[in-house]
Design a protein around this ligand. Structure first.
Ligand code: PLP
Length: 395
């Protein structure tokens, strides 16, 4: 069971889960760490002031906002002024894609992205197509990897934006973002023009380095509820000087990049959660990847015709995605739920639709096999007994 008493990489972390539940859907969302909740609490009531107000009552909120920005910037290796808080990963992606493309519409009208991005990126690109942009949706290989050379080959004189996710939310494949960024940067330098490089790092936080210098990106999206922070708050790293047209206008908060009174408790929660996630990252990766590999090996041994989706090694430490021949994902999910195990088929964000996952189709699965897919995403609270239960029940 998920329990703070398990051999977890962060013994201080505390989560309240319903009794006897095994939670294996951390890519959909996570519970708020109780330390994060405690950090947020004062900003709901005692220190409720609007951080833009000048009287002393509001200063606590302003200070908390500044400190949260410093914390997030430190994890990313960025400057504080380069962090803009948003209402979540979806808004961060929308601001990145539409904000950069529209700011550069006088320079060019071409965007390069991949076929397996989250819908927050894909649908933002589709919206831009209605405004005259052309978008190249790069294919990926059977493991879900996009080749850096294919990005280079797709760049045209009109390209103003490249958006490639750090790690995929469904199949966990980790993209070669540093190599892609280098190719994009070299082309921009050669042609003496601006090509903005964005990465959706929503699934990477807590598992991968978010160092923006190493990644070589201009924009990077985060969402707090994926790393034991609250829902409804995210952040966009905006490298100094990156052209960005605000998508939400009003009072000019967040250096005019995102108007609206700041969600101070949420932002404090995001920063605290990111700091905890980063401090235990190495231990979490070690812990989750061991459990992940136990699941993959166990399923391959005891179930015939099981296919692992995503790259075997270049994958998130907490992600298992498998497909079964001639079985649908939904009944398996219900069966697992009956056994007290929460998992997912496809991505939670698209589970309202019966369409097969665009990610699984893009890596070459046919519609039937894509329908028979199951994602287990682990967290630092999962323990060996959780894996034992899954391996007992699933076959
Ligand atoms: N990007 C990726 C890769 C995601 O997995 C998600 C959520 O599942 C999002 C963006 C959207 O984030 P949010 O739920 O904070 O809007």
């Amino acid at each position: 069971m998920n329990s703070p008493s398990g051999p977890a990489p962060d013994p201080e972390a505390a989560h309240t889960y319903p009794e006897a539940q095994i939670y294996m859907d951390h890519a959909a969302t996570t519970s708020v760490d109780e330390r994060v909740l405690a950090a947020m609490m004062p900003y709901f009531s005692a220190s409720f002031g609007n951080p833009s107000s000048i009287y002393s009552l509001a200063q606590d909120g302003r200070k908390a906002l500044d400190e949260s920005r410093d914390t997030v910037a430190a994890v990313l290796g960025a400057r504080s002024g380069e962090i803009a808080f948003t209402s979540g990963g979806t808004e961060a992606d929308n601001l990145a894609v539409k904000g950069a493309a529209l700011a550069l519409r006088g320079v060019g009208n071409h965007i390069v992205t991949t076929a397996i991005e989250h819908h927050a990126v894909l649908h933002a690109c589709e919206q831009l197509e209605q405004f005259g942009f052309e978008v190249t949706y790069l294919p990926v290989d059977g493991d879900g990897l996009v080749s850096p050379d294919s990005v280079g080959a797709a760049l045209t004189e009109q390209t103003v934006l490249v958006s490639v996710m750090l790690a995929n939310n469904e199949i966990g494949t980790i993209q070669p973002v540093p190599e892609i960024s280098r190719i994009v940067r070299e082309r921009a330098q050669r042609d003496d023009r601006t090509i903005v490089m964005h990465t959706d790092a929503v699934q990477g936080a807590g598992y991968l380095s978010l160092d923006v210098g190493e990644l070589g990106v201009d924009l990077l999206s985060l969402s707090a509820h994926k790393f034991y922070g609250p829902k409804g708050v995210g952040a966009l790293y905006v490298k100094r000087g990156t052209p960005l047209e605000p998508q939400i206008v009003g009072g000019g908060q967040e250096r005019r990049r995102r108007s609206g009174t700041e969600n101070v408790p949420g932002i404090v929660g995001l920063a605290a959660a990111l700091e905890f996630a980063e401090s235990r990252r190495e231990a979490t990766v070690k812990h989750c990847s061991r459990l992940r590999d136990r699941i993959i090996d166990g399923l391959t041994e005891c179930i015939e015709d099981v296919r692992l989706n995503g790259h075997r090694t270049r994958r998130l430490a907490n992600n298992v995605n498998v497909s079964f021949q001639a079985v649908e994902g939904e009944p398996i999910l219900l069966g697992l739920d009956f056994a007290g195990i929460s998992a997912s088929s496809g991505s939670a964000c698209s589970s309202a639709s019966l369409e097969p996952s665009h990610v699984l189709l893009a890596i070459g699965l046919d519609a039937d096999l894509a329908q028979g897919s199951l994602r287990m995403s682990l967290g630092h609270g999962n323990i060996d007994e959780d894996v034992d239960s899954l391996l007992n029940v699933l076959p």
